[in-house]
Design a binder for this molecule. Structure first.
Ligand code: F0G
Length: 488
């Protein structure tokens, strides 16, 4: 075990920094790579919205890592042991034990997925006149907090929104801003401070243990609770281990326990952290547990399943324990780093340093000729699908909202997120992504903007439809054929 804790990367004799799969593939799913003309028809059919593509028309599905991670053989084996009962299932007891082992948390409330935990937490602790300071919001988190009448204050550091940076902990909170927010609202009106591990919307960026420790001390001095969203904790744990001074030789379990020791409670989406579905809320504080407990049977299901299938619960217990295996948690970040650094070297604008959730292309720089009002991140998502069959997710102005005058609220950053579901893609698939992104970058001037054809009033990015402005799609397809001949 001691060796595993010290293991970092496998060095190649050639000196090349090549990520290496530390698992073998034993179950496979066939992929389709449609010819570009059919991909063009599919994206028109989907209203230029990658959420509306059919998975059978997608080659590499990099939309999200949520619920799309590969399970281990041990997780699948555990599923067959499921003790199916409404109350008091032995599978649930195993999950409680895993929560104690991995997070060192005594009390657990199961829910059907991460946002259900957000619902219960916001319902219990948020009310008008209160505020939740956080390093950065996640879409569903913010919606639940605001629905209860609380405000959200984002107190990220100056580095956080810089596309190009070598700052290792862009997920840190700005301590001066935190003190100002507490002063402005009054400590009694701070519902809790929320720390998101592996900060999703700024590119899967981690916080440091030092920053967490400092925030926790400030919170304690004001009697404010600290909540951690641990949905992306695997990668945050990995980055603390390899990037933060003093943690290189510490066992992952110890680092994880230290992280959680600075919280009053935490929650996770099992669709991410444990490579399953489901989710839950953890705490060592009995009062906090009791305040939320009775909402679980009302909204989710009885306390020993919380809306999850028992098979899922078995797999979750194993998946959580596997979080403490360096080979498991290093896979995604090392493959992401490979793609980010390869693209960066070629001058393709990407968020640096590489984070833990995916590779994020900076669409504002990539398509600098497309005005933000014509949705460069959406156009880039569609163009990449057309030229490669790769499905990414728009994280820009389409994912934003309109103001009271009906004008677009332009996003801080226009990103195309290419998520890396854990242990799903091989290196040659990542190289294929690199190749097609490079081609698209070299032909970026052919890509134009988008306009709405159907725009829903809420969460428009999920089901809204758009069309290209002008005939840029035909030009892109023609150039592809010219360069690639009859290749797929
Ligand atoms: N917190 C974070 C940091 C997340 O990334 C997500 C989901 C949630 C909470 C909500 O969890 O989906 O289980 O209800 N992120 C997904 C994504 C949807 O694609 O990034 P959930």
């Amino acid at each position: 075990m001691a060796n595993v804790e010290k293991l970092k990367t496998v060095k190649f004799y050639s000196g090349e920094a090549t990520p290496l799969e530390m698992h073998k593939v034993r179950v496979v799913q066939k992929l389709n790579l449609l010819p570009i003309e059919e991909r063009k028809d599919s994206i028109f059919g989907a209203g230029f919205n990658t959420f509306l593509l059919q998975n059978r028309d997608v080659f590499l599905d990099m939309l999200t890592d949520s619920g799309t991670n590969a399970m281990s053989d041990n997780q699948i084996a555990a599923m067959s042991l499921a003790d199916d009962s409404y109350a008091g299932s032995a599978s649930y007891t195993k999950l409680e034990k895993a929560i104690l082992e991995v997070f060192n948390q005594k009390y657990f409330l199961p829910v059907h997925q991460g946002r259900a935990a957000e619902h219960i937490i916001a319902k219990t602790f948020c009310k008008p006149g209160t505020v939740v300071p956080m390093n950065y919001h996640f879409t569903t988190t913010k919606a639940h907090i605001e629905m209860m009448g609380s405000a959200v204050e984002e107190i990220y550091t100056e580095e956080a929104l810089k596309i190009k940076s070598d700052f290792p902990f862009k997920g840190n909170m700005d301590i001066a801003k935190l003190n100002q927010v507490i002063e402005k609202w009054g400590a009694e009106n701070v519902a809790y401070i929320r720390f998101e591990a592996g900060t999703n919307l700024i590119g899967g960026q981690p916080f440091s243990m030092a920053n967490l420790r400092e925030v926790s001390a400030i919170a304690k001095s004001h009697n404010i609770m600290v909540l951690m969203d641990t949905s992306l904790i695997n990668e945050n744990l990995y980055f603390i281990k390899i990037r933060e001074e003093g943690y290189q030789d510490k066992p992952l379990k110890e680092i994880m326990h230290e992280m959680l020791s600075y919280t009053d409670f935490s929650y996770f989406s099992g669709r991410k952290v444990s490579c399953t579905r489901g989710g839950g809320i953890c705490t060592n504080n009995h009062d906090i547990y009791m305040k939320m407990r009775d909402w679980v049977p009302l909204y989710e299901g009885f306390l020993t399943y919380g809306g999850m299938s028992v098979r899922e619960i078995e797999a979750m217990a194993v998946g959580l324990i596997e979080t403490l295996d360096f080979n498991v948690i290093s896979h995604s970040p090392t493959f992401i780093k490979y793609l980010v650094e390869a693209l960066d070297k070629k001058g393709v604008p990407v968020i640096t340093p590489a984070g833990g959730l995916g590779c994020h292309l900076d669409a504002k720089a990539f398509l600098s000729h497309v005005p933000q009002g014509q949705y460069p991140a959406g156009a880039l998502a569609a163009a990449l699908y057309i030229c490669s069959g790769i499905r990414g997710m728009e994280r820009g102005t389409i994912s934003s909202v309109r103001d009271a005058n009906g004008d677009d609220v332009l996003a801080d950053v226009e990103l195309l997120r290419l998520a890396f579901p854990r242990r799903v893609f091989t290196l040659s698939q990542v190289k294929y992504a690199e190749d097609r992104i490079q081609w698209l970058f070299d032909n970026r001037n052919l890509v134009g903007g988008l306009e709405w054809t159907e725009e829903p009033p809420v969460l428009r990015f999920f089901v809204g439809k758009l069309k290209p402005i002008g005939d840029w799609v035909d030009k892109l397809v023609a150039k592809f054929r010219q360069d690639f001949g009859d290749s797929l």
